[in-house]
Design a protein around this ligand. Structure first.
Ligand code: SAM
Length: 274
């Protein structure tokens, strides 16, 4: 039987591959590490967009990076999580920033359109992400995004391995674990659509504090769907087994626990008209 992860997505129809219920505070525990790729992506975006849409904006903690780079732009943050949008709205003091609750699978920019659509760590949660990216590339001059590509790393492999054990497997039948998309796939697709593409991959070496540092990290993002799909009474046991496996794979050192984390970056531009 397929268990339905509890999703906050307003229009999510699929129980198989969903964005989980988000906890903004937990997510923000590693705000610096999670925000750095966005700052590095923004540095590679050319031009002076008047209207920027940040898809999957989360709790809005990264909007200031957009504002610092483009002081007079109108910025709209879009996210499907009411908790994330609630946090973003509560913290917003910029009159030229708006936040909108919507699912990117069906979202399209409102007039006058978006000169720049940017996204940090969202498309990996979107079912049929390549089709969505293709559609969005058509409605903006510049599409820039970053996605993790760490789904073969021990943190994910061990999650799948523990989830395959009894009694968890019985509750996760049909559960879809996510897979990554490499930079070349995005590049080929967007270049094939006639876009000028700048794509690259970076592996960060995050140094995390605490005894169960990697679990603390993944329980804020990548492990949430499986944790939320398990019954309440089994979750603590699953967490204990998963933590034990992570402690072996990512040993704690005097300077902290090192988590290598691969991320793909893409900036795709419509060529200037001649
Ligand atoms: C890992 S968080 C990234 C948040 C923020 N961009 C950042 O870098 O800190 C992923 C975000 O994508 C949002 N998200 C996932 N699927 C979505 C969808 N289909 N439509 C809109 N937002 C989505 C989640 O609600 C969540 O806030």
């Amino acid at each position: 039987m397929t268990k339905s992860p509890r999703s906050a997505s307003p229009r999510s129809a699929s129980p198989r591959l969903t964005s989980p219920q988000w906890d903004p505070e937990r997510y923000l525990a590693f705000a610096d590490e999670r925000g750095r790729p966005f700052a590095e992506l923004v540095q590679r975006v050319p031009g002076d967009p008047a209207m920027i849409v940040d898809l999957g904006c989360g709790p809005g903690q990264l909007t200031h990076i957009l504002r610092a780079r483009w002081p007079s732009a109108q910025i709209i943050g879009v996210d499907s999580s009411p908790d994330m949008i609630g946090k973003a709205l509560a913290g917003n003091t910029d009159p030229r920033v708006a936040y909108e609750l919507a699912d990117v699978s069906t979202w399209t920019p409102t007039l006058p359109g978006a000169d720049l659509i940017i996204s940090n760590a969202m498309f990996q949660w979107v079912p049929d992400q390549l089709a969505v990216i293709k559609r969005l590339a058509d409605v903006t001059d510049t599409l820039a995004f970053q996605v993790p590509n760490n789904f073969d790393s021990p943190s994910h492999a061990l999650m799948r391995e523990v989830a395959g054990r009894s009694p968890y497997a019985e509750h996760l039948d049909g559960f879809a674990f996510r897979t990554g998309v490499g930079a070349e796939t995005y590049l080929d697709m967007l270049a094939g659509l006639g876009r000028e593409v700048d794509a690259w991959e970076t592996t960060y070496q995050h140094i995390l504090p605490g005894e169960d540092a990697v679990f603390d990290w993944v329980s804020g993002t990548g492990a949430r769907p499986v944790l939320q799909a398990l019954p309440d009474d089994l979750r603590p046991r699953f967490e204990a087994e998963y933590k034990a496996a992570l402690r072996v794979a990512y040993p704690r050192k005097a300077w902290g626990t090192v988590l290598p984390f691969a991320r793909v970056f893409v900036v795709a531009q419509r060529p200037a008209a001649v």
